[in-house]
Design a protein around this ligand. Structure first.
Ligand code: ATP
Length: 299
């Protein structure tokens, strides 16, 4: 289990991470989210043992993260860290050896991964000759070469086309099934929502929301009601607790400030004919993120 306990980081007088705590169990995928400059990279660097927290502790299976365990950690950082003059194979041998793998183990694993990602032909090509998306794949392969028990993925899908996003997702899910602890960061909430059962949203280094996605959605009282049929927006806008009514090509989206408002909306809708849909839905993670970030700016 990865345990981040009351971690604080100052850069000089500047407080970048403020009393952050969370745990991630074996096989869990945890989402660490936040606006630009919220403190995600700083947190990742502390987890990887590259930065010392000013206060607090970080442990992996009860032990501090230092050079004795870094062999079992993999990371894909936002900054690309490829040795671009080397070939794909040379780079993987270099990093794999650093992580204590033998040349034979590295080549076997590399061949299997190159095949999975459809880039076997690039094995002996220099990294700088590869396209951006293929360089991203090599960076990912390098990160997972040693089947890390802790894998940190910062914006892993940047520069990838939708087909390759699916390939990456499948591999990440496979690693989580095999027991890896995975920490995932992305500004694309739809990716986070698909992947992470548990997450934290940080703002100026401070957690503003933390827990299981299902609980977060449940506790977030605002809901959306989707309606199809002959009904005018103005009939619904009058109802107390209705925040907005939006008409899309397909249906009407009524935003309510509390689930308790739904029966009042239903009462009005039921008086109309030709209603073919009335569904109360959880808001998307994107909506919750924007609302939470907005609230903490107002504080
Ligand atoms: P992004 O989403 O833009 O990558 P982030 O959440 O990863 O942002 P961090 O890079 O962790 O944010 O930065 C958190 C804060 O700490 C920012 O205000 C940043 O300017 C500051 N910061 C980061 N590194 C340093 C440093 N070495 N010295 C001083 N301040 C720093």
């Amino acid at each position: 289990m990865l345990k981040v306990e009351h971690v604080t980081k100052y850069y000089g007088d500047f407080l970048a991470v403020d009393d952050l705590s969370f745990t991630v169990k074996k096989g869990e995928i945890f989402g660490l989210l936040g606006v630009n400059g919220a403190g995600k990279t700083t947190t990742f660097r502390m987890i990887m043992g590259l930065l010392e927290p000013t206060k607090g502790t970080i442990t992996l299976d009860g032990k501090p993260i230092d050079y004795t365990v870094t062999d079992t950690i993999g990371f894909l950082t936002e900054e690309r860290s490829l040795l671009t003059k080397m070939t794909v194979k040379e780079q993987c041998l270099f990093y794999g050896n650093l992580k204590g793998m033998s040349d034979k183990e590295i080549e076997e694993r590399l061949d299997a991964l190159l095949e999975k990602f459809g880039i076997t032909a690039y094995k002996d090509k220099k990294i700088k000759e590869l396209s951006k998306g293929n360089q991203q794949k090599i960076q990912f392969i390098t990160a997972i070469l040693n089947r890390p028990r802790l894998l940190i993925l910062d914006e892993p899908f940047s520069g990838l086309d939708p087909f390759n996003v699916e390939l990456f997702k499948a591999e990440i899910l496979e690693m989580s099934k095999a027991g890896s602890i995975i920490i995932f960061s992305s500004h694309r909430m739809e990716h986070v929502e698909l992947f992470c059962k548990k997450l934290a949203i940080i703002m100026q280094g401070k957690p503003v929301l933390e827990g299981y996605l299902s609980d977060i959605k449940e506790q977030y009282r605002k809901k959306n009601i989707l309606i199809k049929g002959d009904i005018a927006s103005t009939d619904l806008e009058k109802i107390k607790g209705v925040l907005s009514v939006e008409n899309t090509a397909e249906e009407m989206i009524v935003k309510i400030d509390d689930i308790a408002v739904a029966p009042a909306v239903f009462k009005v809708v039921s008086k109309h004919k030709n209603i073919t849909k009335f569904a109360v839905e959880e808001p998307s993670l994107n909506e919750i993120f924007v609302a939470k970030v907005g609230e903490s700016y107002e504080k």
